[in-house]
Write a protein of this length. Structure first.
Length: 301
């Protein structure tokens, strides 16, 4: 039985990865999860300098998931290279570094700093607000997304995954824009913008007012968007959004994802990734599927 998948020339032992921002760089989860079992670890967002993030409260529980407005708090690329990367390289798993920035130069600085580092791929978070464009996310405008993709791909020595925002009218258009600009793969969906209000205090649950909705509630949206993106592009798609079980992961694979990321579920069950890997193998045995790639995009009418 073959669970290996290849994305942009990088071969993963299985299609189950961690979603950025939900797994740190693995240290917090190593006592619960054998990182050698994972297809890959996608790190928390890494910026060119340390980011403090947003004021608290920054997380709120909602029906079917959670809202977060962490603000991409991270210690910066230098600490990542010195502390986090050596830890991850102890394991037989692929390392995908999520890159965030507030301007084009921010992104490019991190990409260039990572060029000589032993990482496997880069995932570029274009849901970040572009400070020079009035705060609109890079990933909410096709021309802006294509531009930043092209500039990154000119400089990156590692394969580039562009992480798409679901807060757009046409996800297929965004996927095609970054593909045309040179992206090696796309990942989606990032969180959906939401809000919660405490009816007793009449205050916003998050200091930031709005936050990113993740968890089971967004899964049907993720399945639809992954399908639309996969139909629109010829590069690999990595799916995520409310993956809590092997069934959720397999839905995204059938919709066209070559691999899936598990995010919010890590908070309720730290070993969920390994559970999903085991259950995918069990499903393949029961269904007589010899190669996981047979299932990629295999949905039919």
């Amino acid at each position: 039985m073959n669970t290996k998948v290849t994305i942009a020339g990088i071969t993963f032992n299985n299609p189950v990865l961690t979603a950025s921002g939900t797994f740190g760089s693995g240290q917090e989860y190593a006592q619960f999860v054998d990182l050698n079992r994972l297809g890959g670890v996608v790190t928390k967002g890494v910026a060119n300098v340390p980011w403090e993030g947003n004021p608290s409260p920054r997380v709120a529980e909602v029906y079917g998931g959670m809202l977060n407005a962490i603000g991409l708090q991270n210690p910066g690329v230098d600490v990542f290279i010195e502390r986090d990367l050596p830890f991850l390289k102890q394991f037989d798993t692929k390392v995908i570094v999520n890159v965030c920035g507030r301007s084009e130069s921010d992104y490019l600085e991190v990409v260039e700093r990572l060029n000589e580092q032993p990482v496997d791929m880069l995932e570029i978070n274009i849901s970040c607000p572009n400070v020079k464009e009035g705060g609109i996310a890079f990933g909410q405008d096709a021309k802006m997304a294509a531009h930043i993709t092209g500039e990154i791909c000119k400089r990156a020595k590692h394969p580039v995954i562009m992480k798409l925002s679901p807060n757009v009218t046409d996800i297929a258009q965004m996927a095609k824009a970054v593909e045309a600009a040179g992206a090696d793969a796309v990942s989606l969906i990032n969180t959906i913008t939401g809000m919660k209000i405490d009816i007793h205090t009449r205050k916003f649950a998050l200091a930031n007012k709005t936050g990113g909705l993740s968890g089971p509630a967004v899964h049907p949206v993720a399945v639809r968007m992954v399908y639309e993106a996969a139909q629109a592009v010829n590069i690999p798609v990595i799916g995520m959004g409310g993956v809590c079980s092997a069934q959720d992961a397999l839905e995204l694979i059938l919709a066209g994802a070559s691999a899936v990321c598990v995010g919010t579920a890590n908070f309720t069950n730290p070993s969920v990734t390994v559970d999903i890997i085991n259950d995918i193998r069990y499903f393949m045995m029961e269904e007589g599927v010899r190669n996981i790639n047979e299932l990629v995009g295999a949905v039919h009418e």
